[in-house]
Design a protein around this ligand. Structure first.
Ligand code: NDP
Length: 245
């Protein structure tokens, strides 16, 4: 099958919770050897152990994507990568006129700067090993559409989309593909509070499929982009959002 990932090595950042933990498990089930990276190592280990119990292959990596030197060092130690799921990210909520410098820096440094330098290090490593790799950046529909009270987050995610397209253009000649998934509202720790609020409940009513997404709803896009099934796709953004208007 085209989506099979047997023999492939995948790095998933932000694999200690939410979407990243699910992505790592899905890739392992498809046959990939998975490296789970984030700051909370105990949580990474719990997911890695669950993968091993299912007969998959997984290791963990303590990594802060805001530390460029640590990313570069980690990528020199890892086996040759075929897949990067560039997923680690944070969200902060505040009205635009109340956004603090601290929130701006935290969100942009993690979601935009951290994500870019992770992609850069992975692409360099793939080029050195001659791997025809696939980089999958996790953007958001908020990178395409506007929403209130998440300005730095929305700016970071539209930056992720532009980063995806620009990087794709430059690394295609090495056989490396760079695409993005722009999820809609998917139930995780990141947005639990928001969906319990009135604004969150109002948002839910605007989703044509009338439900929050769950991590497995993204697996089709993930496996497509990770595998040879998408070999002629690069610089693309797949929106997976239940038909949000
Ligand atoms: P979670 O908060 O559940 O997970 C975020 C992950 O990112 C955690 O594993 C966290 O691990 C990791 N992380 C955060 N900062 C860093 C850092 N500096 N270095 C390394 N890892 C870091 O959120 P989600 O699973 O919901 O989000 C995952 C991605 O999906 C994010 O990029 C988010 O923007 C995006 N997304 C989510 C949507 C949703 O509705 N849930 C919708 C659209 C996009 P640790 O704290 O252990 O380092």
């Amino acid at each position: 099958r085209l989506e099979e990932l047997n023999g492939k090595v995948a790095l998933v950042t932000g694999a200690s919770s939410g979407l990243g933990a699910g992505f790592a498990s899905t890739l392992a089930r498809a046959g990939a050897q998975v490296v789970l990276a984030a700051r909370r190592v105990k949580k990474l280990e719990a997911t890695a152990e669950a993968i091993l119990r299912e007969g998959g292959r997984a290791t963990t990596l303590a990594l802060d994507i805001c530390n460029k030197a640590a990313i570069d060092e980690a990528l020199t130690q890892l086996p040759a990568l075929d897949i990067l799921v560039n997923n680690a990210g944070i969200a902060r909520s505040a009205a635009a006129l109340d956004v603090s410098e601290e929130d701006w820096d935290a969100v942009i440094n993690t979601n935009l700067k951290g994500m870019f330098f992770t992609a850069q290090a992975a692409a360099r490593q793939m080029r050195v090993y001659g791997r025809e790799g696939s980089i999958i950046n996790i953007a958001s529909i908020l990178g395409v559409r506007q929403a209130g009270s998440v300005l730095p987050y929305a700016v970071s995610k539209s930056g992720t989309i532009q980063m995806t397209k620009s990087l794709a253009l430059e690394v295609a000649r090495f056989g490396i593909r760079v695409n993005a998934i722009a999820p809609g509202y998917i139930s995780t720790e990141l947005n639990q509070e928001f969906f319990e609020s009135d604004a969150g409940k109002a948002m839910l009513r605007r989703i044509p499929q009338r439900r929050l997404g769950e991590q497995p709803d993204l697996d089709g896009a993930l496996l497509l982009l990770a595998s040879d099934a998408s070999r002629y796709m690069t610089g693309s953004v797949l929106v997976v959002d239940g038909g949000h208007l």
